[in-house]
Design a protein around this ligand. Structure first.
Ligand code: PSU
Ligand code: MN
Length: 304
């Protein structure tokens, strides 16, 4: 019987030697960024890690095989093919059918953990949607982090979500949330939200130390590292508020619901912002990839 998933040769070699590896998500490429910038971004995130001695592991399901680490054609496919958005529950179905999918934060974290990867960089985390008290629409990202030992570096969650409810759910699920050099939770395109955090860390080494303590004390949950985009790079807050209002109105008008909501809003916002939100999105993602690389290096040094 063949293995249920495939770890690329460079990723397998790095893991076997205890060298730093960072997982990268494919839904942000397939559904979160427009073509052709998405392909450039996927390659750039990998290159940034390689330049600092970290092995990138971009994760997706291709032709029924969950792949941890993609070759050049795999990276091209997540950017150019029309892939389904795959969360954890979709993985066995795609595998059984030989189908392909771009993995969400939840599915990427799940597969990373299966392969023994401990650090993961993304743009924004999924969370509790506005109106969730009626719709029950809460991303599987949260429940997955409650049982998956992966440290996820993100710029918080978008203000299209219910940020307060998302933070409450992370507390209920016992997922540690630490701000990177801040005690204010960021809101993706903006460096800040209205919500504060109990804990902040000053460097990657402190995150690695928390991971190590959690391994000794915890129940195998993930850690959320909230890494704000530097203030000088954030989106203009007034413009952000204006465009978001338009996006919600458009989503209501189009009647989108469920898993289509996030991609719809993201696409609308890129268009309505004249591309400005896209530049901010790329900057914050690079910022997260950089920090995740530093955390992976610090953690692998601790574990040696
Ligand atoms: N947030 C972003 N960009 C994204 C996503 C979230 O800023 O591309 C994607 C991630 O893959 C995340 C998913 O895991 O959306 C959450 O979708 P849902 O709310 O349907 O669980
Ligand atoms: Mn949902």
């Amino acid at each position: 019987m063949s293995l249920p998933f495939a770890v690329s040769e460079p990723v397998a070699a790095a893991l076997a030697e205890g060298l730093p590896v960072v997982a990268l998500e494919s839904t942000i490429i397939s559904h979160g960024l427009p073509r052709p910038r998405n392909h450039e971004a996927a390659l750039e995130f990998e290159r940034m890690l390689l330049e600092t001695g970290v092995t990138p592991a971009t994760i997706a399901v291709l032709d029924g095989v969950p792949r941890i680490g993609l070759d050049a054609d795999g990276v091209r496919r997540i950017a150019e093919d029309d892939l389904a958005k795959a969360s954890v529950r979709d993985l066995p179905i795609l595998a059984a059918r030989g189908a392909s999918g771009a993995t969400t934060v939840a599915a990427t974290a799940h597969l990373a953990a299966l392969a023994g990867i401990r650090v993961f960089a993304t743009g924004g985390l999924g969370g509790v949607h506005r109106g969730a008290s009626d719709t029950f629409d809460e991303s599987a990202d949260l429940g997955t982090l409650a049982r998956t030992p992966v440290t996820v570096v993100s710029a918080g969650v978008k203000s299209v979500l219910d940020i307060a409810a998302t933070l409450e759910r992370l507390e209920t699920l016992s997922v540690p949330v630490v701000g990177y050099r801040t005690t204010t939770f960021p809101s993706f395109w903006l460096s800040e939200s209205a919500y504060s955090l109990d804990w902040s860390v000053e460097d990657a080494g402190q995150v690695a130390a928390i991971m190590r303590s959690q391994d000794a004390l915890g129940h195998g949950q993930g850690i959320v590292v909230a890494n704000p985009i530097p203030r000088e790079q954030q989106w203009d807050p007034a413009e952000h508020d204006r465009v978001l209002e338009l996006a919600f109105a458009a989503a209501a008008e189009a009647g989108v619901s469920g898993k289509a909501v996030t991609p719809f809003l993201l696409g609308f916002i890129v268009d309505a912002s004249g591309g400005r939100s896209l530049e901010v999105n790329l900057d914050l993602a690079r910022n997260n990839v950089r920090l995740a690389g530093e955390i992976a290096i610090a953690f692998s040094a601790l574990a040696r």
